[in-house]
Design a protein around this ligand. Structure first.
Ligand code: X8Z
Ligand code: ZN
Length: 604
């Protein structure tokens, strides 16, 4: 995850000049505001960039410390830094509107636009502090969450990942989901304050404000995500049908009946968002190829640093610069034994000046190797644009940021893994192709509906369509509708299951990951073309291609300086997001699934 600028900006906004309560600076700014001119606008955004860099740095420094050392003190410290930022920001967003309608140069106009859409406005200092304190507390609670037996998310997730016992899985799943019960009231209040800030900024509610960040109207954006989901849904439905059938063979039809949703605790992931860990139960052709990268990492005792170095080597193979020495000094790679940290992986540029870091609790596992590439994708985006004014130091949209490392990870083909010594030479056999594609699909295709539904839930919560008393009902209705999963045990309104997923308490918008799952295939396909790949898309690795690297770097260096269709066009030649590259990649599996599912009762 990247904490800045978008996610934190949406919580706290960005700032441009001191609040009117600071008489000195308020006067300077008032003089500018009284005669809004194009030159005044240019001066305003220039000053805003300077002030923002300072305030964002203060905020992300406090956030970095809090994330690496969760205590009451570090939470209070972060809340207070973020309150200062929000104060500044609330004022700046209001002032930015004064320049509306003036004949401005494109750069200034875009910066003012970015200021206006990223800025909740809360003039009341008490409410600002209440909101930032709730935010710090919600994330902190998640980070240090433990069940009554003292088991944390890492321990409980490892059970969900590896156990094949229905009851043991259910116990771990319920234990984690119960850790968020106590946060329901705090979240409800947080939503009220977020909405107040969104209304202050001229939006109907915070969901509307989130959807405004894509260079189109919120309505058009919602229609766009629906269109993309409809494109890929048939592939998801086919995968669901096949996986349910295979899980029935292990757990029995009494536990997983025909035509019903799959119990959410049986898919190898706490949130059933990616299903790669049940590959062993659903492997299409057992015995034709050993695809166990995790076993190889463990057997060869890969440590966290080696995994990160391997990720960096992919980027440098494309001609990109090595990570700065401070990255290796300041990052957190493994879970410390002596303090509470937020283990959820994230990537940072703490001072907006190539001060790159990741924070992760890496274990020798295939999914962590992929996440390392994901996080480094954020870092290489930061590295490409850190010399731009801070208002442009962001992805073309937030889905772009999430897609970069994943596009590289798509190039981790069996052949590439063999080169790393993590997989044996695989025979040229169509059965091997299906096995490899199944493994991929369990991660990348299974994720799609989850990526969409999280914000579907939050948009409805922010708009009031879902009343506070219906949080659970709405959550499980969406999980069933989109994913075809259900809780195996009743989860009443005393629980708060959305709060058991990091991005809800951390207030990180989630549609970005849905978009990224689509975009990463578009990026990958274009990078493969630049690398001169011929043949089926799924066989491409652009590792080592300087041509691919140069094209990628060009798009990354644009940051948020242009509307996202321009950035997409720069890399792919098209201005529209599309699921077609994803479908092309999975064409062999799709045909195979159609055969397997013939005559089955699919759906739920
Ligand atoms: O949160 C993340 C990254 C950090 S941006 C580890 N991801 C989502 C998640 O874990 O839910 C990556 C995939 C989806
Ligand atoms: Zn990310």
């Amino acid at each position: 995850m990247m904490l800045r600028p978008l996610s934190l900006a949406l919580l706290l906004g960005v700032a441009a000049c001191k609040p009117a309560t600071d008489p000195k600076l308020a006067c300077t700014q008032d003089a500018e505001d009284s005669t809004p001119t194009p030159a005044g606008a240019k001066a305003f955004v220039q000053k805003a960039n300077e002030e923002l860099k300072r305030l964002w740095t203060e905020s992300s420094t406090a956030e970095w410390i809090k994330n690496n050392f969760i205590t009451d003190d570090t939470e209070r410290n972060a809340a207070s830094a973020n309150e200062r930022l929000l104060a500044y920001q609330s004022e700046a967003a209001k002032r930015a509107t004064a320049f509306k309608g003036l004949p401005l140069d494109a750069e200034t106009a875009r910066m003012l636009y970015l200021l206006r859409i990223a800025s909740p406005v809360l003039p009341d200092p008490e409410k600002r502090l209440e909101m930032t304190t709730l935010a710090a507390g919600l994330e902190g609670h998640y980070g240090k969450g433990k069940d009554p037996k003292g088991r944390d998310l890492e321990v409980l997730s490892n059970i969900v990942r590896t156990s094949r016992s229905y009851d043991e899985l259910l116990d771990a799943w319920v234990s984690w989901h119960d850790t968020s019960k106590s946060q329901r009231a705090a979240y409800q209040r947080f939503v009220e304050l977020q909405n107040e800030g969104a209304r202050g900024a001229g939006f109907t509610n915070m969901g509307d404000m989130w959807r405004a960040g894509y260079d189109m109207t919120p309505e058009a954006f919602e229609a766009e995500t629906d269109r993309l989901w409809q494109e890929v849904k048939p592939l998801y439905d086919a995968l669901h049908c096949y996986v349910r059938g295979r899980l029935q063979q292990h757990y029995g039809k009494d536990k997983i009946p025909d035509g019903k949703p799959i119990p959410a605790h049986l898919l190898g992931n706490m949130w059933a968002q990616e299903w790669g860990n049940v590959y062993g139960l659903v492997e299409p052709y057992p015995g034709v190829a050993k695809l166990d990268v995790t076993a190889a990492l463990v057997a060869q005792a890969w440590d966290a640093k080696k995994m990160v170095k391997t990720g960096e080597a992919f980027f440098t193979s494309l001609g990109m610069a090595p990570l700065p020495p401070t990255f290796w000094e300041r990052s957190l790679f493994t879970k410390p034994a002596d303090r509470e940290v937020v283990c959820h992986a994230s990537a940072w540029d703490v001072t907006y000046s190539n001060d790159l870091r990741i924070k992760m609790c890496i274990q020798p596992r295939e999914e962590d190797l992929v996440t390392v590439h994901h996080e480094l994708g954020h870092n290489y985006y930061y590295q490409a644009y850190y010399k731009l004014p801070v208002l442009f130091q962001a992805g073309a949209h937030d889905g772009f940021h999430e897609a970069i490392g994943d596009a590289l990870a798509l190039s981790m083909t069996p052949r590439y893994l063999t080169q790393l010594g993590l997989a044996p030479e695989l025979p040229a056999d169509p059965k091997v192709v299906i096995n490899v594609q199944m493994k991929d699909a369990l991660v990348r295709v299974a994720f799609l509906p989850f990526g969409k539904l999280i914000d579907q839930w939050r948009w409805d919560v922010f708009s009031g369509k879902t009343a506070p008393g219906d949080y659970q009902k709405a959550w499980w209705a969406l999980r069933q509708k989109y994913q075809g999963v259900a809780s195996a045990v009743p989860r009443g309104e005393d629980a708060f299951d959305p709060g058991a997923k990091y991005h809800v308490p951390a207030n990180v918008p989630y549609t970005r990951y849905f978009l990224a799952r689509i975009l990463q295939f578009q990026f990958y396909k274009s990078l493969c073309e630049k690398a001169g790949h011929k043949g089926p898309l799924h066989e491409c690795s652009f590792y080592g291609s300087k041509e691919a690297g140069a094209a990628l770097q060009k798009m990354l260096a644009m940051g948020a300086s242009q509307p996202w269709p321009d950035a997409l066009e720069a890399l792919t030649g098209t201005r529209a997001m599309s699921g077609s590259a994803l479908l092309e990649y999975f064409a062999p599996l799709r045909a195979w699934l159609a055969e397997q599912n013939a005559g089955q009762q699919c759906g739920w």
